[in-house]
Write a protein that binds this ligand. Structure first.
Ligand code: PHE
Length: 333
C-alpha cells in the first residue's frame, strides 16, 4: 500500500478536540492546503503512480479524505452550536450608557404665568388672550382716556407707522386692558376673567423694561365691592409667592376705574414696598362702552406686573436679568 497516507487517527483526534473555529481553520489548512496539505501531497503522490497501482490507494485515500471532511464539518457545527448556546445564556448587552443630556425648563416668566392661570383658575377666572398690536381706540378711547391724556404721548407708547382709520393709530399695547374690552364685548356678565400677556412701553431701567408682562383681570357681577377685590388679589399673591407677604393699597389714578388704587407689596415687616398692581372699580363709562349696563352690573379690575412679583419672590435686583438669557441666571430656577 502507498506509504505516505496521512496519519488520519491523529488528525481526526485533533479535529474533534479543536477548541474554536480558528483552530479548525488551521487544521483544515493542514489537511487540504493547496501547497502543503497532507491530503494534497498524498493525492499528488498517488497521481504519479502507475494506473494499476493507483486504484486501491486512491480508494483508501478518498475514504480518509471523507472522514477528515466529515470530522471538520461536524466539529464546525458543534463549535457553532456551543457558540449560540453561550449567546443564549449570556445575551450580549447592547445598551449604551450615553452621557446624560441636560434638560431644559420653562423660563421663569412663562412658568410663573402658568401658576397664575392656575391660581386664578381655581378661583373661577376664565383666561383670555389678545393681540399685541392694538389700536388707540382699544388701548385708550374705550378705556375712558381723554383725548389729551398724557399716557397717549409718544414718550410712553410705541406707535406703528401703519395706515389706520382716521383718528386712530396702531400701537404696541401698553397694557393688557384691551383684552378686557374685547372680552366684555363678547361675554355677558356675570364673569371673572384674567388676561396675561406681553406689553410694551418706552421705559428702561432696573425696574422697567420696554417689554414686560402683565396679568390683568376683572370680575363683574351684581354686587361686587373693593373688599372682594382686595380679597381676591391678596389670596392670589399670597398663594403665588408666600403667606409671609404683606400689602398696602394707595389711591391711584387710572381713567378706567373709579375709585382707583395701587397695590404695594413686601415681605412681612421687611424690605422696600414695591408697586405690583393697579386696580379699582370698573368705571361706568367703560362698562357702557362695551355694552354692559352700569346700573345693573359692577365689578373690579386689576393689572399685575409679572416680573415685579417674581423679583420680590426671588430677590432679583434688576428686571433686565429676565431678558439677557444668561444661563447662570436661568439655571437657578
Ligand atoms: N392697565 C393698568 C396699567 O397697565 C393697570 C390697571 C388695570 C389698573 C386695571 C387698574 C385696573 O397700568
Amino acid at each position: 500500500m502507498f506509504k505516505s497516507l496521512p496519519p488520519i487517527e491523529n488528525l481526526l483526534r485533533r479535529i474533534l478536540h479543536a477548541q474554536d473555529i480558528a483552530e479548525l481553520d488551521a487544521l483544515e489548512h493542514e489537511c487540504f492546503g493547496r501547497k502543503n496539505g497532507v491530503f494534497t501531497i498524498a493525492f499528488t503522490a498517488i497521481s504519479s503512480l502507475k494506473p494499476n497501482l493507483r486504484k486501491t490507494d486512491a480508494m483508501s485515500l478518498n475514504t480518509l479524505k471523507t472522514q477528515a471532511l466529515a470530522a471538520l464539518r461536524d466539529q464546525r457545527a458543534a463549535l457553532g452550536k456551543a457558540n449560540r448556546n453561550t449567546l443564549a445564556e449570556n445575551p450580549l448587552d447592547l445598551t449604551i450608557d450615553l452621557p446624560p443630556s441636560p434638560r431644559g425648563h420653562l423660563h421663569p416668566i412663562p412658568s410663573f404665568m402658568e401658576e397664575l392661570e392656575d391660581v386664578f383658575g381655581r378661583m373661577g377666572f376664565d383666561v383670555a388672550y389678545g393681540p399685541e398690536i392694538e389700536t388707540e381706540e382699544l388701548q385708550f378711547d374705550l378705556l375712558n382716556f381723554p383725548r389729551e391724556h398724557a399716557a397717549r404721548d409718544a414718550q410712553d407708547i410705541f406707535y406703528l407707522s401703519l395706515p389706520a382709520a382716521p383718528g386712530n393709530r396702531w400701537l404696541l399695547r401698553g397694557h393688557t386692558s384691551p383684552v378686557q374690552i374685547r372680552y366684555m364685548r363678547t361675554h355677558t356678565p356675570p364673569f371673572r376673567m384674567i388676561c396675561p400677556g406681553k406689553v410694551y412701553r418706552k421705559d428702561d431701567d432696573a425696574t422697567h423694561s420696554p417689554m414686560f408682562h402683565q396679568v390683568e383681570g376683572m370680575m363683574i357681577d351684581r354686587d361686587i365691592s373693593l373688599a372682594n377685590m382686595k380679597a381676591v388679589m391678596i389670596a392670589a399673591v399670597q398663594e403665588l409667592i408666600s403667606p409671609e407677604t404683606e400689602f398696602r393699597f394707595r389711591t391711584g389714578y387710572f381713567p378706567f376705574v373709579e375709585p382707583g388704587l395701587e397695590m404695594d407689596m413686601r415681605w412681612r415687616n421687611e424690605g422696600e414696598w414695591m408697586e405690583i398692581a393697579g386696580c379699582g372699580m370698573a368705571h361706568p363709562n367703560v362698562l357702557a362702552n362695551c355694552g354692559i349696563d352700569p346700573k345693573s352690573w359692577q365689578g373690579f379690575a386689576f393689572g399685575f406686573g409679572v416680573e415685579r412679583m417674581i423679583m420680590i419672590r426671588d430677590g432679583i435686583p434688576d428686571i433686565r436679568l429676565f431678558f439677557e438669557n444668561d444661563p447662570r441666571f436661568l439655571e437657578q430656577f
